[in-house]
Ligand binder design. Structure first.
Ligand code: TRP
Length: 331
């Protein structure tokens, strides 16, 4: 049994790619490990420069996590800002985080480029906050994608540096948890290889999308003019539809359209119609749960209270020891 931590920034709704790529694996992990899954609302502040619908976004993620099968009895579900110990550890780690390593971080450079008018200190210290999220529970496993690998490496550096500075063997090293073949990378509907929204596009199917929205989005998905010779290699856009189909449709359906493609007899509109219906069926239960859970604020608050209590117990322990190691006030 290991301690697992993962956070998600509340910047939008969960899409099919989130579900098949990460959340489904959280659901599997929660019964095998000591899991903390939180909503990173502090992190969301690094990229916003004013009022937003933060609270609503946080609620949506919580509702959707629960609808996907995260079990509050098994995992601790909480909101980052209800754990002040994280902010405290962030402050401490920042004392030993060097400007050079923070400015060299790829995600900082990227975001600084995107928001030239708002290169704030929170953005610079995003990795120390993330390290605090992980180290506050002394986690060893962090289920995140490749894009977070550098942050994890920095977390290990911060952890080791702390141990060395104070001559203790306190923080363990956290490593990313790769699901290997169990994890499916879902591409977008616009021909790009990743589902998700960026500044100027949204190629996603959200778990909360109504059946009609799903149909519209799938019917508008990018394809090509069709194969002209047998067994022709697929363009990325068409390959994408097949990848999604493989994840949500029956094998026979997938094989049928593969064969049609290989024989140059495929009608993309027929394939899209089938794909849309299969996505709708695949996500039906989740969609229904999203609707029923989101109207039950009492339940949601109870879940958060329980999750926060569990997280507090763990975080408190860590902070007590850190205060003693460093020689900070313990009163
Ligand atoms: N940086 C992560 C992301 O953008 C979110 C995150 C914040 C996180 N704190 C974390 C992930 C701690 C894992 C562990 O996806």
């Amino acid at each position: 049994m290991e301690t697992v931590v993962s956070g998600i920034r509340p910047t939008g709704r969960l899409h099919l790619g989130n579900y098949l790529g990460a959340v489904q694996n959280f659901v599997r992990m929660q019964y095998e490990h000591n899991c903390f899954f939180f909503i990173a609302d502090y992190h969301a502040l690094t990229t916003q420069s004013g009022a937003s619908n933060l609270k609503e976004n946080v609620k949506n993620i919580l509702v959707e996590y629960l609808a996907c099968g995260l079990d509050p009895e098994a995992a601790a579900l909480y909101v980052q800002s209800s754990l002040p110990e994280t902010a405290e550890l962030y402050l401490i780690l920042n004392m030993n985080a060097y400007l050079g390593e923070l400015t060299r971080c790829t995600s900082f450079k990227e975001k600084a480029r995107k928001q030239e008018e708002n290169i704030n200190a929170g953005l610079l210290t995003y990795p120390t906050l993330m390290a605090a999220d992980i180290l506050i529970h002394k986690a060893t496993k962090v289920p995140v994608g490749k894009d977070q690998e550098q942050h994890l490496e920095m977390t290990r550096n911060f952890a080791n540096r702390f141990n060395k500075m104070y001559n203790v063997d306190f923080f363990p090293e956290p490593f990313s948890y790769n699901f290997g073949s169990q994890s499916v990378k879902i591409p977008g509907l616009d021909g790009s290889t990743k589902m998700g929204k960026s500044e100027n596009r949204d190629n996603s199917i959200y778990l909360s999308d109504s059946p009609d929205t799903v149909r519209k989005k799938v019917m508008r998905a990018v394809t090509d003019t069709g194969p002209v010779k047998k067994n022709q290699p697929k363009t990325q856009a068409v390959e994408n539809l097949f990848i999604i189909m493989k994840a949500v449709s029956k094998v026979e359906v997938y094989d049928y359209f593969q064969e049609k493609y290989n024989q140059c007899e495929i009608k993309y509109s027929e394939m899209k119609k089938q794909l849309a219906e299969d996505i709708i069926t695949f996500t039906e239960q989740i969609r229904e749960k999203i609707i029923s859970i989101s109207s039950d604020d009492a339940y949601l608050n109870r879940i958060l209270k329980e999750g926060t209590d569990k997280a507090h117990a763990s975080a408190n322990n860590t902070m007590k020891e850190i205060r003693s190691i460093i020689g900070l006030s313990e009163i």
